[in-house]
Every structure is written in structure tokens, then in C-alpha cells.
Design a binder for this molecule. Structure first.
Ligand code: NDP
Length: 483
């Protein structure tokens, strides 16, 4: 069986432990590869390789780094089908999504930061006739990047691209649930002769491998995307070591639909926002707030569209709903459906694990859940406060603008919101009052990579995207020159 070994100093290396973790395809329930079960010894080796590569990588100009990142982007683009198949096999997401979103976005991440550095600039201040101040932005050294399983290569490259582009060397860990495309990325590095030691990929469990990256004295910054609880643990280790820290955490995002919205478009997009990637995107609209006046009409349309979602084998081109990432996560999502029922929720559609007789033979042991819509719950109950991160959404009626804002803001999270109205002044008013890092108006998940990306409250600290990300991976120095 294929072994996904660590990529350190340009070579594939067995883990010190010589142990491997079984990698399960969530749509079949079958083991298809083995993942290096790394520990701090492997992380130490990776950090040493990164330290050795840093002087040359950081000293070469932006054109040099840009060229290498573009080579990597081109390699993925040329092998897009291989990467897309691997992502679907590892994560259970529909192949159409891997092809149209995950892998193209990984290419875009690399090429975006590869070219952004060519156009970046530093400020200079002419303080007086004989005094000039300028800002030097210097790479930090070795940085740690830790990413989750929901958008594996997409989020992995979203971190490593700005880190490498700004001159750092990286020790990165993908989720042990979905390491395959990160492994293919290391194969890509070898195939194109990417400078050894600049990017090191160490596989393994978060609490062992990830924790060792965070705790290592020589990782100067940690860029982390994952759950809020893990973010807290990481911050408790990294903050006392005075590391730079970027945390992109959980969400409980509201889709807010006012009575004057274009109902057809709002409904269609609300379905996408709730169920794309089986609801496993941090930006998914897992609470749909609907103005009372159109509640029943919206509900009927919405439920009808959710029932039409095509669930099945992720390798089938027509599948819109694939498998949940793991059995443990399937159980977690199902436990929230039970909680919702216990809290008085009414299941309008879905609510169950998909039984084997409703799945193709290949997928009968896979971890599938019916897309689920629930109503009748208070905005303040646990189902509506805690992140479920699965194919479950709730409908919550509201009376007026103030109540919509109150409900949208009433969770500990603050990642994103999607607001639907044709009244422009209202759209601006509501956007300014939402306690989130991102507000979409009459759309969802429309991204411009130049914009700051991140969350408020317990959804994170710091921003990724555009120049924010390049700034994060550099130390700013003010040089004041008197002449
Ligand atoms: P986790 O927090 O469980 O894991 C994220 C990553 O951190 C994984 O690589 C994991 O490794 C690793 N990890 C776990 N524990 C530690 C530790 N103590 N020290 C260092 N690393 C550790 O999140 P999930 O993978 O379950 O991802 C889902 C979560 O991610 C959701 O809450 C979602 O909202 C959030 N997310 C946020 C986004 C944002 O941009 N704000 C975007 C996407 C997801 P391993 O898996 O191998 O154990």
C-alpha cells in the first residue's frame, strides 16, 4: 500500500517511529494509503532542513522566488485531474468540486502570491531635509503552517504560498485525515527540483506532529486554520513564546434573507451556502435567518431545492453531495441532529445517515448524511450556537432589521455572513453592524484574493489574503537615516 512519507530537505523520509496511520477513503470506508506517524524527531529534522535552506532562499530576489512558485503552480495545473481525483478520494467531496474549486484555487493561491511579491512595495517617509525613514520587511526564518481537512490543498497552499513568497522556509502539516494532495505537492516539488529544504511537509497527528511544530523554539510564526478549541491550545503554547500567530477558526455563519430579496437567487445561493462540500466549509451558512413575511414561501422553495440535491458516489460527475470526511465526524454531525430534535427542532428534510441500500455498491460502507434542514429552534439554543460543520442548516424567522442583526450576532463566532436584500442603504447598514470578518451582499463565497480574509470574535485572530498575508510572514523594521 502507498506510504505517504515526510518530505524533508528535498527527500522522502520514513518517520522516526516507523509507524503509519491508516488513511481511509470516506466514501468507501476502505483504507487506501498509509500516513507517516511523525513525532518531534521528524519535526526537528524538518526545522533543521528549513534553517539550512533559509539563507539562500531569503537572500535571492523576489523574481527568483516568484519563478519557483509559478513552476509549482504550473505543475499542479498540468496535473489537475490527478490532484482532483486524489482530493476526492481522500476527503469524500464531489469530483466536480475538486475539479472546479479545490485544485484550481490551489493553483491560484500559488500564482497569486508568486506575482504579488513582484508588485509589492515598501514605504519611505521623507521626515525632513536630512532625514529619511523607510520600512524594511524581512522574512522571519522558519515558519509553521497547519491546515485542516475540509479544503485540503486549497488551504494548505493558502498558507505556504505567502510564507514562501515572502522569503521564509516552511514546515507544514496537513490534516492526517486528508494528507494525500499535500503529499502529491511534495512529489511535485521533487519533480520540478524545487530548492531542497525550502518547503518541508511532515505528516501525522495534530496533537503530536502539529504540537511539535508549534512548540519548536525555531518556528518563528504559526499560521493555523482549524477548530476554535485547537486554536486556543495553540495560542496557549505559542503566545508565551512570543511567536507571530495567525488563527483562522470556526464559524456559525448566518445567511440573512430580507423580504425584498430576489427570492429565487437567494434560495439557490442559500442551498449552496449551506451544503457545498457537505456543509464542511468554515464559511457555510449554517443558520438561515428569514424575514417573517416571506418565511413560509422561502421554506417551501428551499426545502424543495435541498431535496433535489444529488447525493451519491463522489466520483460520479453528477454528484452534488459526497461523503462526510470520517466516521467520527459523521457521528458528531448526527449527534447534533439528535440534539436539535431534543431541543424541539422539526426536521423538514434529511436527518439521517444514508443507508447502504441507498448508495452505490462501492460506497455502501461510506460515511454519508442526508442534507438536513431544521426549523422551530430558538436562535440561542445549542444547535444554533455551536459549530456543527456538516450538512445541517436551520431556518430561523425574524421580525425586523434589528432582530436580524441581533440573531446574526448572537453566537460566539464571527467569520462571515451573507445578506440578501435589494435595498442598498439597508445592505450597507446591516453590513456595518454585523460582527464578522466578511459580509457578502446578494452573493456567497465570491472571493478576491487581494481582500483581507479572517474572522472576528472566536472565529480567529489576524487576517490572511493579499498583502495582509505577506505582512504576517515578515518582520517590519523601521530604518531611520540621518544624512
Ligand atoms: P482541527 O482544529 O481539529 O485541526 C486542524 C489542524 O490542526 C489539523 O492539521 C490538525 O491535525 C491540527 N492540530 C490538531 N491539534 C493540534 C495541536 N494541539 N497542535 C497543533 N496542531 C493541531 O480542525 P479540523 O481539521 O477538524 O477542521 C475543521 C475546523 O476548521 C472547523 O472548526 C472549521 O470551521 C475550521 N476552519 C476554519 C477556516 C477559516 O478560514 N476560519 C477554514 C476551514 C476550516 P490532525 O487533523 O492531523 O489531528
Amino acid at each position: 500500500m502507498k506510504k505517504l512519507n515526510n518530505y524533508i530537505g528535498g527527500d522522502f523520509i520514513n518517520p522516526f517511529s516507523d509507524k503509519y496511520i491508516e488513511n481511509v477513503n470516506p466514501s468507501t470506508g476502505k483504507i487506501f494509503s498509509l500516513i507517516a506517524d511523525s513525532d518531534e524527531n521528524d519535526v526537528n529534522l524538518a526545522v533543521e532542513a528549513a534553517k539550512a535552506a533559509f539563507p539562500e532562499w531569503s537572500c535571492k530576489g523576489v523574481e527568483f522566488r516568484s519563478k519557483w512558485l509559478l513552476k509549482l503552480a504550473n505543475y499542479i495545473e498540468e496535473n489537475i485531474e490527478k490532484f482532483a481525483q486524489a482530493e476526492t478520494q481522500d476527503n469524500g467531496k464531489p469530483i466536480s468540486l475538486s475539479r472546479s474549486m479545490d485544485i484550481p484555487r490551489a493553483v491560484q493561491n500559488l500564482s497569486f502570491f508568486a506575482t504579488a511579491i513582484l508588485h509589492d512595495k515598501d514605504e519611505a517617509y521623507h521626515t525632513s531635509t536630512h532625514v529619511l525613514n523607510y520600512t524594511l520587511r524581512q522574512p522571519l526564518g522558519v515558519v509553521g503552517c497547519i491546515s485542516p481537512w475540509n479544503l485540503p490543498l486549497y488551504l494548505f497552499t493558502w498558507k505556504i504560498a505567502p510564507a514562501l513568497a515572502s522569503g521564509n522556509c516552511v514546515v507544514a502539516k496537513p490534516s492526517e485525515l486528508t494528507p494525500y494532495t499535500a503529499y502529491l505537492l511534495s512529489e511535485a516539488c521533487q519533480a520540478i527540483d524545487f530548492p531542497a529544504g525550502v518547503l518541508n511537509i511532515v505528516h501525522g497527528y495534530g496533537q503530536k506532529t502539529g504540537a511539535a511544530i508549534v512548540a519548536h523554539n525555531d518556528t518563528k510564526a504559526i499560521s493555523f486554520t482549524g477548530g476554535t478549541q485547537t486554536g486556543k491550545t495553540i495560542a496557549s503554547v505559542a503566545a508565551p513564546m512570543f511567536k507571530k500567530l495567525s488563527l483562522e477558526l470556526g464559524g456559525k455563519n448566518a445567511t440573512v434573507i430580507f423580504a425584498d430579496a430576489d427570492l429565487e437567487e437567494a434560495t439557490q445561493t442559500a442551498v449552496k451556502a449551506a451544503f457545498t462540500n457537505q456543509g464542511q466549509i468554515c464559511l457555510c451558512g449554517s443558520r438561515i435567518l428569514v424575514e417573517n413575511k416571506i418565511y413560509e414561501k422561502f421554506k417551501t422553495k428551499f426545502v424543495e431545492k435541498v431535496k433535489q440535491l444529488q447525493l451519491g458516489d463522489p466520483l460520479d460527475e453528477t454528484t452534488q453531495q459526497g461523503a462526510t470526511v470520517s466516521q467520527a465526524h459523521q457521528e458528531k454531525v448526527l449527534s447534533y441532529i439528535e440534539l436539535a430534535k431534543h431541543e424541539g427542532g422539526i426536521i423538514l428534510t434529511g436527518g439521517n445517515k444514508v443507508t447502504s441500500e441507498n448508495l452505490p455498491e462501492r460506497c455502501k460502507d461510506g460515511f454519508f448524511i442526508e442534507p438536513t434542514v431544521i426549523e422551530g429552534l430558538s436562535a440561542f439554543c445549542r444547535t444554533n450556537q455551536e459549530e456543527i460543520f456538516g450538512a445541517v442548516t436551520t431556518l430561523i424567522p425574524f421580525e425586523n432589521e434589528n432582530e436580524a442583526i441581533e440573531f446574526a450576532n448572537c453566537t460566539p463566532y464571527g467569520l462571515s455572513a451573507s445578506v440578501w436584500t435589494q435595498n442598498l442603504p439597508k445592505a450597507h447598514r446591516v453590513a456595518s453592524q454585523l460582527e464578522t470578518g466578511i459580509v457578502w451582499i446578494n452573493t456567497w463565497l465570491l472571493r478576491d484574493l487581494r481582500t483581507p480574509f479572517g474572522g472576528a470574535k472566536q472565529s480567529g485572530v489576524g487576517r490572511e489574503g493579499g498583502y495582509e498575508a505577506l505582512r504576517f510572514f515578515t518582520e517590519e523594521k523601521n530604518v531611520c537615516l540621518k544624512f
